[in-house]
Design a protein around this ligand. Structure first.
Ligand code: CA
Length: 225
């Protein structure tokens, strides 16, 4: 899960990012509305936490322009102390929820879980492909009688692959989804985790392999019997 925080109080933005990261989300922070819109329009984020009072473009304008450009990423607006009109206006603009400052970490995480669950209507607790079942709650990969626990990045990469197993998943998409938009992770970081995953698939005795498409990316394949 990749989170975007748009907040001009740099310390608050960074501490929100730290909170998200310590709860196993990846997070990018930007500090004005224009950057916020630019990043959000990439469409790579799973949720956007957006302050209302921002330089350059305010939060309302950001959501409105974002929705106009066809990006439906859930948005949680941060409002100052209980401004009811702000909340109504925010929801009218296309935001999904709002959070009144100051808020607790628990409240923030609960809202993030709620809006990301709502997206796409279906709540998945596992992904299946051929003889593999990936449990999304405990990061465990099952194949027949065997199972193995995945590290966080292994889990994120394999779930991306299993979501659309036949489609070639570009390396750059893996980097932005798993490491974050601004990370300096490189292709060989991806290769390292792919090799970990391949070892685990062969430990499980799965028919599924991760196929490399040179210079492009990866997809899952079922070995011919
Ligand atoms: Ca602000």
């Amino acid at each position: 899960m990749l989170v975007l925080v748009v907040e001009d109080e740099v310390r608050l933005a960074d501490s929100l990012c730290e909170i998200m990261k310590s709860n196993k989300y990846n997070c990018d922070a930007v500090y004005d509305g224009q950057d916020g819109l630019y990043y959000a329009q990439s469409g790579i984020y799973d949720v956007i936490i957006l302050d209302i009072m921002l330089p350059k473009l305010n939060g309302f304008e950001v959501v409105k322009k974002l929705r106009q450009s066809g990006v439906n990423t859930p948005v949680i607006l941060l409002t100052a102390r209980d401004e009811v009109t702000d909340k109504v206006r925010g929801l009218d603009c296309g935001a999904d929820d709002y959070l009144t400052k100051p808020f607790s970490t628990d409240e923030l995480l609960a809202r993030v879980r709620a809006v990301t669950r709502r997206q796409g209507d279906v709540v998945l607790d596992e992904l299946k492909f051929d003889d593999l079942t990936l449990n999304l709650g405990n990061y465990t990969l099952y194949c027949g009688e065997k199972s193995i626990h995945l590290g966080f990045k292994e889990f994120e990469i394999l779930s991306l692959l299993m979501q659309s197993p036949k489609v070639i998943l570009p390396k750059e998409d893996i980097i932005t989804k798993v490491w974050g938009y601004e990370s300096d992770a490189e292709d060989n970081n991806v290769e390292v985790y792919i090799s970990f995953l391949r070892k685990k698939l062969s430990f499980l005795g799965s028919e599924v392999t991760i196929n490399t498409v040179r210079r492009i990316g990866y997809h899952l394949e079922v070995a011919a019997k």
